[in-house]
Write a protein that binds this ligand. Structure first.
Ligand code: NAG
Ligand code: NAG
Ligand code: NAG
Length: 365
């Protein structure tokens, strides 16, 4: 019993000075590095809040419902532009507890720009007149709204004109309006008059032509189509060149063709001991198997053609640069027997014209 009594007495002390970090808040994202004092918070409805999720829920609920009670509304307007920014300011900047918290963590939140405050008051006025159906007599209501407007002049948390926080920083979507439609109606009206926030909102057509978002979408679509077209043409030409240009012009033969002396040079991927230097360039393997030795082990059975080869005998493979050859047999006279899987041909080919295929090539196939 005594224990519980003492604990109950201590609770206020434990709770005193409790600071809620606003990091991760969706209602007050611009205040992420600041703190809300929660022992004696700026609003009573913050009392039961113990974490940022509950904080956000409480703020959202307040600005959409309870906020309108002060005007004695019978039907509640949905949300007045930048009200969340105003409420966040009052919580963080207009409360002794919060002031202590922010001082303790050595941060000083900026006040709201007076311009944003005026825009909020203007939105409140419009909504009260059009949607609130207040029970107050009209003169009382208009006096109350005048008093409410005064906060933009006299409240230090809301009346800053320099180094201040703009509403669009805390509510970057839709210019502080509850929906894109509302934001666009505003941005396309003369009231917007170059309001910076309008550059952040994508609005459809109307008399203003295509929005930036729509234009960006169309440009992206066109670029994608062009890329697909280029890819298709590339792929078509690639398969076509494999099929049809295998014996192209005589000019091709001079440049990188695998002819003459090259054929008697040892391929780099065969060890010296495996290789006999032969003067002949004919593939002995297929004609005179007694005169050549089999190289038992080829490191890699996939090879990429690095030099063109134009067959001089019917049993020889035609090789074009980048063809893939699967060779299972190689002979020490520098010739191998395999299948050109790019063309489907089978036959003998000079090993010097190919090199073991790289990983990327194998992945491609
Ligand atoms: C946050 O606090 C509320 C009560 O205020 C509780 O219901 C909820 O589970 C808490 N959420 C987390 C993530 O702690
Ligand atoms: C407005 O509502 C409050 C209660 O929310 C009430 O006390 C007050 O009398 C009302 N004022 C008018 C003028 O109806
Ligand atoms: C803001 O309000 C304070 C307190 O009423 C006042 O001293 C200050 O001059 C006001 N600032 C501006 C820019 O109006």
């Amino acid at each position: 019993m005594t224990f519980w009594f003492i604990t109950l007495l201590l609770i206020p002390d434990l709770v005193w000075g409790w600071c809620l970090p606003l990091a991760g808040s969706t209602a007050c994202p611009a205040f992420a590095q600041y703190y809300a004092g929660m022992s004696k918070p700026a609003f009573d409805w913050l009392q039961p809040v113990w974490n940022i999720t509950a904080f956000d829920d409480a703020v959202h609920n307040y600005v959409q419902t309870t906020f309108w009670d002060q005007f004695n509304c019978t039907t509640k307007p949905y949300y007045a532009r930048y009200t969340m920014s105003v409420i966040c300011q009052l919580i963080v900047n207009e409360n002794d507890d919060s002031e202590k918290c922010n001082a303790m963590y050595q941060v000083s939140p900026p006040s709201l720009c007076q311009n944003t405050c005026n825009q909020q008051v203007q939105a409140v006025k419009t909504l009260v007149q059009s949607q609130c159906q207040s029970t107050m007599p009209s003169t009382t209501l208009s006096n109350y709204i005048d008093t409410y407007s005064q906060q933009c002049l006299v409240d230090p948390a809301l009346n800053a004109t320099a180094s201040c926080m703009l509403g669009m920083v805390n509510e970057p979507d839709y210019c502080g309006f509850p929906s894109q439609g509302d934001g666009c109606t505003y941005c396309q009206s003369s009231a917007a008059n170059g309001d910076l926030c309008c550059s952040k909102i994508a609005c459809d057509g109307g008399d203003h032509g295509l929005s930036k978002g729509a234009i960006a979408g169309i440009v992206i679509a066109i670029v994608l189509c062009l890329l697909l077209l280029v890819a298709a043409v590339f792929y078509y030409r690639r398969s076509k060149s494999v099929q049809q240009t295998h014996y192209q012009s005589a000019d091709d033969r001079t440049e990188t063709a695998c002819v003459g002396e090259k054929l008697s040079t040892a391929p780099s991927f065969l060890s010296r001991t495996d290789y006999q230097t032969h003067d002949t360039i004919t593939p002995a393997a297929l004609r005179d198997t007694d005169s050549v030795g089999l190289i038992s082990k080829l490191e890699n059975e996939f090879h990429t053609v690095i030099h063109q080869y134009y067959p001089s005998q019917p049993d020889e493979l035609s090789l074009k640069k980048n063809d893939i050859i699967v060779s299972t047999v190689a002979f020490d006279d520098g010739w191998g027997v395999g299948v050109n899987i790019t063309t489907g041909q089978k036959g003998a080919f000079p090993l010097i014209c190919v090199t073991p295929a790289s990983r990327e090539v194998l992945d491609w196939y």
